[in-house]
Design a binder for this molecule. Structure first.
Ligand code: SF4
Length: 154
């Protein structure tokens, strides 16, 4: 089974993912990764320092922020609170348990104060789902529009 490379803060972004992102190619890739983790939670995730398998599909014609200091500080803060480090490898199933045990919805506005996605409330909702053992929100199953684009998904 292919492992998926994720940076720290994208662990939380995946909980809030509802099918929106920078471009059609970006959301297609993120929906594919999200669906793999949801349907095959034994998939191995390798935690990385810096750009990951989501960043790989960032549109080349938009200002790239994947190496920005504030994004890297958010990665470090999420990993520190998770008790995880770059290089760690865990099945997604275990990461859900860690995230649900170590984070509460109120952590999202504290960690992500500059993210344009914050006002949507989807990441707090995703964290509530994980803490309730409900898993990732079903994306791309015909329950909502998985192709809509917005200006930002960090
Ligand atoms: S608020 Fe933004 S950076 Fe934070 S988890 Fe959600 S999408 Fe990711």
């Amino acid at each position: 089974m292919k492992r998926i490379r994720l940076r720290g803060h994208h662990l939380l972004c995946l909980l809030g993912y509802r099918g929106m992102g920078y471009s059609a190619a970006f959301t297609a890739n993120m929906t594919r990764i999200h669906a793999t983790l949801r349907r095959q939670p034994d998939t191995l995730v390798e935690l990385v320092d810096g750009p990951d398998d989501l960043c790989d599909h960032f549109p080349p014609d938009q200002p790239r922020h994947c190496e920005d200091g504030n994004v890297q500080r958010r990665d470090a803060a999420v990993l520190a609170q998770s008790g995880l480090s770059p290089g760690d490898m865990r099945p997604w199933r275990e990461l859900e348990v860690v995230l649900g045990a170590r984070f509460v919805p109120a952590d999202i506005p504290r960690l992500c104060s500059t993210c344009p996605w914050l006002p949507y409330g989807v990441c707090e909702d995703g964290l509530r789902r994980i803490r309730a053992g409900e898993g990732l929100f079903p994306v791309g199953d015909g329950t909502h529009d998985a192709t809509r684009n917005t200006s930002c998904f960090s």
